[in-house]
Design a protein around this ligand. Structure first.
Ligand code: GRG
Length: 298
């Protein structure tokens, strides 16, 4: 299995904790489903940046929890993210050949197995969260509910539908809403679910963390749209230019490259300001991730 990507200015100690946890995950010991497990682990353990689980661990650190105490939640989020990538790459969606620098799951294992690998990762994410995450039962359930909503019709899958069906209203608000659901909700859940596990934070702190979480999702997507135009297929680990090929509405198609870059810079400033209010003097790793998301090249 390829080594995880090394990233500059990123909390690599948290990334390493996530990676070790993911590598040790097994979903079944039944040999008749070995091929399915192989496909799931092929996509999961490919060199992704682990932004979402690292965000969860960094949020834990910022609110005084031991980062490793939220590893089951963090890993569940990465399982769900990986499922979304597998299904997004399918012929019926983006029909992509490469992802995370290797052939997509359906190219390596066939379309039928890739669909099942995505389904399996989604279900195993909740099995992991509900059986392994420590904490008061009501708080773990609240986090599970948040994750389900963030990835359902009011979140990631709803956003993907709006994108493929082209039902977003015209104009910047429609575009923002689409991406808020499709990409933003899972990124925000990586922070929100940790707050729900803690359960005893001041309202002001929660409000600022939520504003930070929402802005980080926006920032991630604007930068992703810029990179789709300016990055290379090799650096990105997925085909460059696929948004234009698929006629997708992006921040670049809507505002032009320079306009999108300006919006990214403004969003970066807002995210940092929200974080400074949420975790004054304690958000070092969250600051690192925020700056990484704004300046990343892949
Ligand atoms: C449920 C089919 C389905 C789709 C959900 C999120 C999503 C919609 C699809 C993922 C496809 C995609 C490329 C979306 C754009 C933003 C994004 C999520 C990029 C990939 O995330 P990174 O950069 O990837 O964090 P790594 O590989 O580093 O984890």
């Amino acid at each position: 299995m390829a080594a995880p990507e090394k990233t500059v200015g990123f909390p690599e100690h948290l990334q390493a904790e996530v990676e070790t946890y993911l590598v040790n995950l097994r979903f079944s010991e039944d040999p008749t489903t070995d091929g399915l497990q192989e496909a799931m682990r092929y996509s999961l353990l490919a060199p992704g940046k682990r932004i979402r689980p690292v965000l969860a661990l960094a949020t834990a650190a910022a609110v005084g929890l031991e980062p490793s105490s939220v590893l089951p939640l963090a890993a569940a989020i990465e399982l769900i993210h990986t499922y979304s990538l597998i299904h997004d790459d399918l012929p019926a969606m983006d029909d992509d050949d490469t992802r995370r620098g290797q052939p997509t799951c359906h190219r390596a294992f066939g379309e039928d197995v890739a669909i099942l690998a995505g389904d399996g990762l989604y279900a195993e994410a909740f099995a992991l969260l509900l059986s392994q995450q420590q904490g008061e039962a009501a708080r773990v359930l609240a986090a599970a509910r948040e994750l389900a909503v963030a990835t359902g019709v009011r979140g990631m899958v709803g956003g993907q539908y709006i994108d493929v069906a082209g039902t977003a209203p015209a104009g910047p608000e429609g575009l923002r809403r689409l991406h808020e659901l499709k990409t933003g909700k899972l990124i925000a859940a990586s922070i929100d679910c940790v707050l729900l596990l803690v359960g005893s934070l001041k309202t002001d702190t929660i409000v600022s963390f939520r504003a930070f979480a929402g802005e980080l999702g926006v920032l991630f997507q604007i930068v992703d749209d810029v990179l789709d135009v300016t990055g290379s297929t090799q650096t990105l680990g997925k085909p460059q230019g696929s948004d234009e090929r698929l006629g997708r509405r992006t921040y670049v198609s809507e505002f032009g490259l320079e306009g999108a870059r300006k919006l990214a810079a403004e969003s970066h400033e807002r995210a940092r300001a929200h974080l400074a209010r949420a975790a004054p003097g304690q958000g070092t790793e969250l600051e690192q991730i925020t700056d990484f998301i704004a300046t990343r090249s892949h």
